[in-house]
Ligand binder design. Sequence first.
Ligand code: GAL
Length: 340
Amino acid sequence: MKRTIKIFLSCMAACLFLTSCQGVRKEEEKTSIRIGISLYRGDDTFINNIRSIIEDKAKEYERESGIKVTLDIQEAKGNQNTQNNQVERFISLGCDVLCINPVDRMDTSLIIDKAMTANVPVVFFNRQPVEEDMNRWDKLYYVGVDAKETAILQGEMVVDLYREQPEAVDLNGDGVVSYVMLEGETSHQDSLIRTEWSVQTLKDGRVPIEKITGGIANWERSQASALMEQWLAEYPDTIELVISNNDDMALGAIDALERAQIVGVNVIGIDGTTPGLEALESGKLLGTVSANKEIYGSAVIKLAASCALGEEPPEEYPLTDGTYFWTPQEILITKIKENL
Ligand code: GAL
């Protein structure tokens, strides 16, 4: 009897050993990963630029690592409920990791609940969830840009130009630079910080500024164009500088200036989007601040892939507090104004 039990136990142990070995082998040999991506909106120019880079970087990663990457990309059309449902679907489809550009950055708790329950890590990007939510789990990450750094770079463009050629900024030579401010969504971390710090940088750089007016255009070209048209009518021959929280709104202001056949007003943006860079090339946009989109997209994909494979985060993208990757950014300024 004793012998039978012994044999039985050895068989059990052998089976367990084999199963666990298989488990390890399975983990080691993971040859494909599935990434669920949800964008807050599909018609946002900057987000679309980032989306294409993410797609390119996924292919690049696939080529380099030999691991097949399946991307499931959805657009939430500005609706948090839609995005929550997309997350649920990604999880039921067996996604190994989620990359989420939240609709409402203050309301990511449901997404986090679902991800934690299913043990699926999340890489948030561009719209930063509140710290309290990010601190709920060690498998939550964020890729974005430091909004204060962006704003300081944006302000510095004007400070430098003013120092070199004050007449290129103070167009009517009255000793004051009169500006208008175009702001993005009120609840977006980037709008609040960009607005505050670009102006602060101008003040710190001793550019004598005066705010004519400002308004919220929700990152949108058409909304900004309508606002600018209104301001040009309300404050004729007054506006010398347009500070915009992003390139699309800057382009809206340029549209309104062109319609009113006004030339010379300086317009500065942020993002370095494809249409933004075209406007820069043609000298319509004075300057922009651009995140390195190659690094941005790569960080999202490589971080996501490491999560999916259960590996440590990639060392080439150092994480602040083990959670946040801040993409480097640079000033791009039009050559035409540079050579004024
Ligand atoms: C900002 C960007 C805007 C818009 C927004 C969406 O960082 O500058 O153009 O894309 O994100 O969340």
